[in-house]
Design a protein around this ligand. Structure first.
Ligand SMILES: Cc1ncc(COP(=O)(O)O)c(C=O)c1O
Length: 508
């Protein structure tokens, strides 16, 4: 075998038979026969199949692709007629050794296979192609010496021992519940535990009936969006805002209406005067900037919603962590006219791998939320809900929160100290709460994108707004000079070393 043989992508071979990797799409405009013809032809043109390579029989191909034998025969007949393949009686079908001229076009660069390959055309046409998604951390970031990635809790704080005990305990008596459908709104015990937690922690007085367990806030955005967005309707979002929410609303047909954010949160004087809008806000710790919406603004936002018949999605994603003063009552806690859909998540205080969160729905929408959740996925996994309910009702959740809040506060302090030590007095936003803060880069330092690049080269992950899943609506929001720093997943030493490295990299 030569090196070029090793490098050449080969068709899959199974139990002595050749199996071509062909993907057929029912929705695709070309017939199945044409799709088979096009794809085999492309494999020959781009060198995946070469002269005298064996091909499956038409019977094998029809079984593999689930098409009629006749479809496979007609595709092969076209390939034979155009000289791409040939049959040897009683032996089989092979790629022609004397390929037609067109076979060499791609090698000469006159026609690229990528341009003509039906798979590519299909993807460009598919409805999902235009969907925008928010960023997830790339796995190779683990190799960084210090990664200030945002929104990620410290995995080492997960209460594994208690969690395993609750899972084991539940499994012992699980039988029918593990294998049957249950209420799509979620396990009642968990909804009761959440209602009990929310009252003192967030000032939200909710009946367990109003609570729908979801697969994290992301599921909650979808649920609320499917109920409340109609094509062309207005979705008010903060500018800048969290991509994960904005993209869902946009995908459902909403027109995004950005409203600027300042030190007091959303600038309510810029809210649109239109009826029936949906607004998405992060009042406790604005994403990405980190500011807290003032009480005055909260009251004005609620008044706007009442006046214009709008609903507000309140994303309270990291409100478990408040480091200075006492937490402001959630918007939902002030909502006398039932305009707020409250979203909470266990992603930040437990871990996003759990995919557990909750919606507190306005009373008049509860039944619609329940039905939509049923249509979407019939509810969350019973076992995790049960373990979470036990973890909360045993009092362990409260203790866990107190422990990690203290730990995260120490890490926040370490970050503030390290920034001051290496860069002098710093202007920061959002350090009173949450899992990340925003550092406004001082004059003399490059902009955030450049700092991010230089940091990465030095093994330090610091995040510009775009990398941190923030959606911006123009360059005049000051975001170019804002750097996001997640501090909870790093030890104090890692934080100090990371900032020192960053300072050295920027000095160089
Ligand atoms: C603003 C905001 N909301 C919500 C979430 C959490 O989403 P989920 O509960 O789906 O994990 C994140 C995650 O980073 C976020 O940044």
């Amino acid at each position: 075998m030569t090196i070029s043989d090793l490098q050449r992508p080969s068709p899959m071979v199974r139990s002595g038979h050749v199996q071509l990797s062909i993907i057929l799409r029912e929705t695709y405009k070309a017939t199945l026969q044409t799709q088979i013809f096009d794809q085999i032809r492309s494999m020959i043109l781009n060198g995946q199949l070469r002269g005298d390579d064996p091909l499956p029989t038409t019977r094998e191909l029809s079984v593999q692709l689930g098409v009629s034998r006749n479809t496979a025969v007609l595709a092969y007949e076209r390939l034979i007629a155009e000289g791409y393949i040939r049959t040897k009686p009683y032996v089989g079908t092979f790629v022609s050794p004397d390929l037609p001229d067109t076979a060499f076009l791609s090698a000469r660069g006159e026609e690229t296979v990528e341009k003509t390959a039906p798979q590519d055309v299909g993807e460009a046409e598919s409805p999902g192609a235009a969907l925008r998604t928010h960023q997830l951390a790339k796995p190779d970031r683990r190799r960084l010496a210090a990664d200030f990635w945002v929104g990620r809790p410290d995995a080492r704080t997960f209460p594994l021992k208690a969690w395993s005990q609750h899972i084991k305990g539940r499994l012992k008596s699980a039988s029918p519940r593990l294998t049957s459908y249950s209420d799509p709104a979620g396990l009642l015990e968990l909804r009761q535990a959440i209602a009990k937690h929310l009252a003192p922690a967030r000032g939200v007085i909710a009946d367990p009936e109003q609570i729908i367990i979801v697969g994290g806030c992301q599921d909650g955005f979808n649920l609320a969006g499917r109920l409340l967005v109609t094509p062309g309707s207005t979705a008010v979002v903060e500018s800048p805002c969290y991509q994960g929410a904005a993209y869902v609303l946009e995908s459902l047909g909403a027109k995004l209406h950005p409203v600027p954010v300042d030190r007091d949160g959303l600038d309510v004087t810029k809210l649109p005067k239109v009826d029936g809008a949906l607004a998405y806000v992060t009042p406790s710790h604005q994403y990405p900037i980190g500011v807290t919406m003032s009480l005055q603004r909260r009251i004005e936002l609620l008044a706007w919603a009442t006046q214009y018949g709008a609903y507000i999605i309140e994303d309270d994603y990291d409100s478990d962590f408040r480091f200075i003063g006492s937490p402001l009552t959630a918007l939902k806690g002030l909502d006398r006219n039932e305009r707020v859909i409250y979203l909470g998540t266990f992603s930040k205080c437990m871990g996003p791998g759990l995919r557990l969160g909750y919606v507190v729905a306005p009373r008049r929408l509860v039944e619609s939320f329940r039905r939509m959740k049923m249509l979407m996925n019939n509810g969350q996994s019973w076992l995790e809900q049960a373990a979470m309910a036990d973890f909360m009702s045993s009092g362990e959740f409260g203790r866990h929160l107190r422990r990690i809040r203290q730990l995260y506060r120490e890490r926040r302090d370490a970050l503030l100290n390290a920034l001051t030590k290496h860069f002098g007095p710093c202007e920061v936003y959002g350090d009173q709460a949450g899992m990340h803060l925003v550092w406004k880069l001082p004059e003399g330092l490059p902009d955030a994108a450049e700092v991010e690049t230089r940091g990465l080269a030095a093994g330090v992950g610091v995040i510009s707004l775009a990398t941190g899943s923030a959606l911006r609506f123009g360059k005049d929001d000051g975001g170019d000079r804002m750097l996001m720093l997640g501090f909870v997943a790093l030890t104090e030493k890692e934080i100090e070393d990371g900032v020192a490295r960053l300072a050295a990299a920027l000095r160089d």
